[in-house]
Design a binder for this molecule. Structure first.
Ligand code: SF4
Length: 397
């Protein structure tokens, strides 16, 4: 049994762990497991607590099972785990996830690990270490394994701590994408892209075919003074220029982002600058997080804001963050979206469009993994809904 917290990198790591263990004769169990793994995230104190609680619940509910923590594990989490006889495993065997996990049509392909930006609030460089890229050859071997298992996905999601740091043989991310594209037709989605980008990065990406027009770019704050305290390497206007560039090269670009509110020293004016930025930037999805002091980081030493101020800012930021995604979704009513058919429930398929919208459509003759053009008629709950017009890609299984 495995439970994964946090980012897409952790999901890719979990798939690797599953593959390694399956290769040693283990199988996934939902019933009475003899091994429970919690792949944890320590980006905030909350996520760290959740991972520990899950490991403790595994320990209680499956007393004869070995319980192991992996992923991002801080020293305090390590201590708490060891006190409760929970094991720690931080190094993964160098294997590929050579099968597409059951029911999954989109595959998380890890291409890079680590970061040395040392943003003042972030514990990831300490936990994950310096940036390291997998070689193109090694990545292509993983894809060959999938091909040989006749389980090639419709979409590859390139993941890593900071994938625009990807480098191999003097080439960067666009070169890797071109190498993959020469051999495979699956569409490619980019994981988290930390700004600033290298010159011509977006233009080079636009020249590689079949990239999903979806860019997860964390803003964190719209205030230059806060960005400086966060040790981010761009200003608010640099970020806006990056957005313009993305939209110049990619039609219907969806830019998703993360924002931290209540950062130490964030004044009312600073916070209003973030709200103004959100109002202008037309993000298609915004994840908001309260500042969380991570021991061992610079920002943990800064005097915190009052909890009442943080709480009040959360409400205002959530209200601002809800507007632009709804406006973005509405733009696609009456248009066609290219959707991977992922989960079939009754007569309906649920899937993800190239521009990262959740879409529901009548299943008809579509099969899991097919890419279908859906004419969008409206929005329903969190989904766009519409009729399937044409199958653009048939899953090769
Ligand atoms: S760029 Fe991202 S991963 Fe790297 S230190 Fe900053 S927040 Fe952390």
């Amino acid at each position: 049994m495995i439970k994964t917290f946090g980012c897409k990198t952790n999901r890719a790591d979990s798939e690797k762990i599953i593959s390694a263990l399956c290769g040693e004769g283990w199988s996934l169990s939902r019933g009475d497991p003899s091994l429970c793994i919690v792949n944890s995230c320590c980006v905030t104190a909350r996520s760290e607590n959740k991972a520990l609680k899950t490991a403790l619940a595994f320990k209680k509910n499956h007393p004869s099972a070995e319980v192991v923590l992996s992923g991002c594990v801080t020293d305090s989490l390590k201590e708490a785990a060891l006190e409760s006889c929970i094991g720690i495993k931080l190094k993964y065997p160098p294997v590929f996830a050579s099968v597409l996990p059951e029911g999954r049509q989109r595959y998380f392909l890890k291409i890079q690990n680590g970061c040395d930006n040392f943003c003042s609030y972030c514990i990831v460089p300490t936990l994950r270490g310096a940036p390291a890229s997998r070689s193109r050859e090694n990545i292509m071997r993983e894809l060959e394994c999938l091909e040989n298992a006749r389980a090639f996905p419709s979409e590859l999601v390139l993941t890593g701590t900071n994938i625009n740091l990807y480098k191999d043989q003097g080439g960067g991310l666009p070169d890797l994408i071109n190498t993959i594209r020469k051999r495979y037709k699956a569409r490619i989605r980019l994981g988290s892209l930390e700004p600033p980008f290298e010159e011509d990065f977006v233009k080079k990406l636009s020249m590689a075919a079949n990239i999903c027009p979806h860019f997860p770019v964390p803003l964190q704050s719209g205030s230059n003074s806060v960005l400086k305290k966060m040790r981010r390497k761009y200003s608010a206007s640099d970020f806006m220029k990056t957005l313009d560039e993305i939209r110049r090269y990619f039609d219907k670009a969806a830019v998703t982002t993360d924002i931290i509110y209540g950062f130490p020293g964030e004044s009312e004016d600073d916070f209003n600058e973030t709200l103004d930025f959100v109002a202008q930037a037309q993000f298609s999805k915004i994840h908001v997080f309260p500042f969380s002091a991570r021991p061992g980081t610079l920002a943990a030493l800064y005097p915190p804001l009052k909890p009442s101020v943080i709480k009040e800012r959360k409400a205002r930021l959530l209200a601002a963050a809800a507007k632009s995604p709804e406006d973005y979704r509405r733009k696609f009513i009456g248009q066609g979206l290219e959707v991977v058919a992922e989960t079939k429930i009754g007569e309906w398929f649920y899937g993800t469009s190239d521009n990262y919208l959740k879409v529901k459509f009548p299943a008809g003759k579509a099969l899991p993994g097919d890419i279908v053009r859906v004419e969008v008629e409206g929005t329903l709950g969190g989904f766009m809904n519409g009729a399937a017009a044409e199958t653009l890609w048939t899953a090769n299984r």
